[in-house]
Design a protein around this ligand. Sequence first.
Ligand code: PMP
Length: 429
Amino acid sequence: MNLGKSKKIYDEAIKYIPGGVNSPVRAFKSVGTYPIFIKKGHGSKIEDEDGNKYIDYICSWGPLILGHSNEKLLEGIDDILRSGISFGLPTKIEVDMAKLIVESYNGIEMVRMVNSGTEATMSAIRVARGYTGRDKIIKFEGCYHGHNDCLLVKSGSGTITYGIPTSSGVPADIIKNTIVCKYNDLEDVRKTFEKFGEDIAAVIIEPVAGNMGVVPSDKEFLEGLRRITKENGSLLIFDEVITGFRISYGGAGEVYGIEPDMACFGKIIGGGFPVGAYGGKREIMEMVSPIGPVYQAGTLSGNPLAMHIGYRILKVLKENKNIYKELEEKAIMMEEGIRRNIEELNINAKIVRFKSMLTLFFGKGPFKNFDDVQSCDIEMYAKYFNEMLKRGIMLPPAQFEGMFLSAAHTKKDIEYTIKANYEALKVIK
Ligand code: PMP
């Protein structure tokens, strides 16, 4: 496999960009190589600068639920761009988009668009604090909510991969109001509320964690969070940046049948453009400037092109709900195929799936929380990643991430992937 051009670009990149990349996990460091530079993508496939082709299970870390360069999304894009790239003034498409999001999600009555998932969670926390007049928040170990100072504590994704779950540069004073509880452990949350209940503004959670590998919440755990937060006058915030419009049209709120007070979105709602959103009950969202005292703004928020793409994606998903059924069918096929391979080859690994999100953990499991996933053999994952890469499969270049399927993946892609998985596991055994 020739990666000469990627290497050349990388050598240049590291002179100008820290680690040669604009986000840490894509440096491929934890799988022992340099980053592969991508030139183009179509459907379920991407192609790198050297012309190698891969079936892509990163899908831009979740946004590309319809696959790469989907024609339905791109139609007439040129005209939209030529009508003006950005105005910093309101446009109708922002209202259409907000209405679609509000209609999709139980309990959300108003929404504000921002430019990333990080901004969405940062703003939601600020609003929750403004609304409750309290400072403390609870987050869960292994959950990643973007790189806001107050949430960058015992977090997941690249922070686990690079061993810095609590970042340097975050003042102790800022995180003194962040309490970290154990995922799926209601008793831990209950005890924390006993101690600090009156000071806790919000509990924020990835209802299905995707940033320590895929670790779903137990239903009783989420129901317990809903009950405890209500009893204590704290807000429950679902971070649906990954799960929103992925695990169903109404996100984890719909799948689990639980209404949070606020929800954060990103990824799919921008279809690959830098978009995020946060929303909540009317009374809570009316805290936001200009009608309320909580300030939050953005020069490019609600960017017309991004809104058009996001709107089109949501429309496609809304009008073709069988997309979710088909996604899950393909994910089950993948799960079952990989499970068979693991059993046949007697590998110490476990495939975890929730809807169309999957992680192959190199450990026995069960995987319920951050401690459980920490026991995985990350060197095995690195070897596995590289064997799959050689076979034309692009997996997340780190153990503690999820694989994403898109509507563009075909059954043939999955069959090929299962076969490659067998060969790769056999080599690394
Ligand atoms: N929340 C979750 C659950 C995420 O997975 C991410 C990003 N992976 C974020 C927030 C932050 O989003 P962004 O990278 O767009 O800032």
